[in-house]
Design a protein around this ligand. Structure first.
Ligand code: B12
Ligand code: SF4
Length: 442
């Protein structure tokens, strides 16, 4: 049996093809491949930079689908199904909106692959595929190493994606993760995490955990186990890590270069609006938290979500100033997006504020980084433009140089300097290129 795994791209530029130069290994497909019995021939195609060989014979196609890639994923699925090939769709979008995905698939896979994928493959081999497989979310890859050979030659960034934990116990109202995992948190055995790191060649690891610090004691234990490996690592964490200085010390000793941290907003009312509880305890504008991050040399990727009910053009300018003053290694000025099946989506729908018929991810007129709802204190266009302006100013060449000259973070060690120049220009270019992109390729 031949199995084809596909990672869809988001879309294309208005007048030119978009190639994602900052692409990372699709960990989920490496996990699916590892879960597949050895008798099945597996190939992987990444639509972000290579053509999908629709006419090459295959028995089963499995596509990973997120909200942003749904339109393109459905185009690919429709092409294969028109050729009589069976298609399985899995991932966040089919799990949270199964009825929508089912219109483009023979099989919908709900939840994490680990416990049910082998059953699905056996059913495919026996010609007894069912329309829906429902698996629960759970511990990442028990007893299983990712199949990384499938990534070779695809030009991924030189950083290995590894997962320690899944899920997050907070309930931010815009977050798809909190819905997918129902606020549960699942931890992989630390020995297996170490084994996975040792089984690959790279010395820079990205722990793709939704919030690596949900269980601080477990993270300290992981850090202790990482110290002898002498690697560098990055991850995603909530800002309340700064409340635990012992943890901060362990992270530093174990080679942590920094985290994506959801600051979301510098305005307390917006944080309340978002139910961003890790940011709210003792909130006084992040001064203390940022200086703790800096004292530990962390190169912070600050993520903002702009457009909650108290946002104005002025508050977006202040957010930009905050990011510039603190010399964040990178900052993402994301427009608040109503992801399907989130409390935010339901609220905006109730209030009649959704644009694009409430389905921006499929709408032919929607463009990347445009507001998909009507904000309270500004127009959607003003929100789109203010965020674009913030991105442009943060990513200007003088800003990139000024941020580099920060002695506490980006210039603290040679490793940090190299990592800054290796990745910041790529991420900067991608942010600029993606703006206004169409979804899908048709
Ligand atoms: C790492 C990561 C990234 C990396 C890129 C990773 C890569 N390889 O390209 C970076 C930082 C670049 C990134 C970028 C973006 N990301 Co991102 N990312 C993640 C993160 C944290 C981990 C992904 C991962 O590798 N997980 C580990 C694997 C093993 O788990 P998994 O993907 O969930 O797969 C499991 C199951 O879902 C299932 N499964 C998945 N696919 C399939 C397919 C089949 C056939 C089957 C059977 C099962 C199955 O089985 C897998 C194993 O259990 C997720 C959060 C998350 N929990 O997934 C967000 C997440 C996927 N990202 C998200 C978003 C929004 C983005 C951006 C659009 C952000 C932006 N505004 O620019 C961009 C662009 C994404 C794109 N498609 O190009 C959202 C998507 C929400 C949604 N509703 O779709 C998520 C869920 C984060 C969130 N908090 O909401 N991201
Ligand atoms: S802290 Fe992060 S991962 Fe957790 S619910 Fe909030 S946005 Fe989602």
């Amino acid at each position: 049996m031949k199995l084809t795994l596909i990672k869809p791209t988001i879309g294309t530029g208005e007048h030119s093809l978009y190639v994602d130069e900052g692409r990372m290994e699709p960990l989920n497909l490496g996990v699916l491949a590892a879960l597949t019995p050895a008798c099945v021939e597996v190939s992987l195609f990444d639509d972000r930079m290579e053509d999908i060989p629709f006419d090459v014979p295959t028995d089963l196609v499995a596509i990973t689908v997120e909200t942003y890639t749904a339109r393109r994923a459905y185009e690919i699925a429709d092409e294969y199904r028109a050729r009589g090939v069976k298609v399985v769709l899995g991932g966040f979008q089919p799990t949270l909106l199964p009825a929508e995905s089912a219109r483009h698939a023979d099989v919908i896979f709900i939840g994490d692959a680990e416990t049910m994928w082998e059953t699905l493959i056996r059913d495919a081999q026996n010609g007894t595929l069912k329309p829906v497989y429902k698996a629960k979310p759970g511990i990442p890859q028990p007893g299983l190493l990712t199949r990384r050979d499938l990534y070779e030659g695809k030009g991924y960034l030189p950083i290995s994606l590894v997962q320690f934990t899944r899920g997050c116990h907070f309930a931010c109202d815009f977050c798809a993760v909190s819905q997918y995992f129902d606020r549960q948190h699942y931890m992989r055995n630390i020995k297996e995490v170490i084994e996975e790191i040792e089984s690959q060649q790279r010395s820079l690891v990205f722990f793709v955990d939704d919030n690596i610090a949900v269980n601080r004691e477990a993270l300290k234990e992981l850090c202790r186990a990482l110290i002898p490996l002498k690697i560098n690592w990055v991850s995603q964490a909530s800002i309340d890590i700064t409340q635990d200085l012992e943890l901060m010390g362990f992270m530093m000793k174990s080679g942590c270069l920094g985290h994506v941290i959801g600051f979301e907003s510098i305005n307390r009312d917006n944080l309340l609006n978002a139910k961003k509880s890790p940011n709210l305890s003792g909130f006084s504008g992040y001064g203390e938290q940022v200086s703790i991050l800096r004292d530990h040399g962390l190169q912070t990727w600050a993520a903002f979500v702009l457009g909650y009910d108290f946002e104005t053009e002025d508050s977006i300018k202040q957010t930009l100033e905050f990011a510039l003053e603190n010399h964040f290694t990178f900052a993402a000025f994301n427009i608040l997006m109503p992801y399907p099946a989130t409390p935010l989506y339901d609220r905006l729908k109730r209030e009649g504020r959704l644009l694009y018929d409430g389905q921006w991810w499929l709408h032919p007129e929607y463009r990347f980084n445009n507001a998909a709802f009507v904000p309270k204190l500004m127009t959607p266009e003003a929100l789109t433009n203010a965020c674009h302006e913030a991105r442009t100013r943060f990513n200007s060449v003088p800003s990139v140089i000024r941020r580099f000259l920060d002695l506490k973070t980006n210039m603290r060690t040679m490793t940090r300097m190299i990592s800054y120049w290796k990745f910041t220009p790529i991420f900067r270019r991608e942010v600029i290129k993606k703006h206004g992109m169409r979804f899908g390729l048709k």
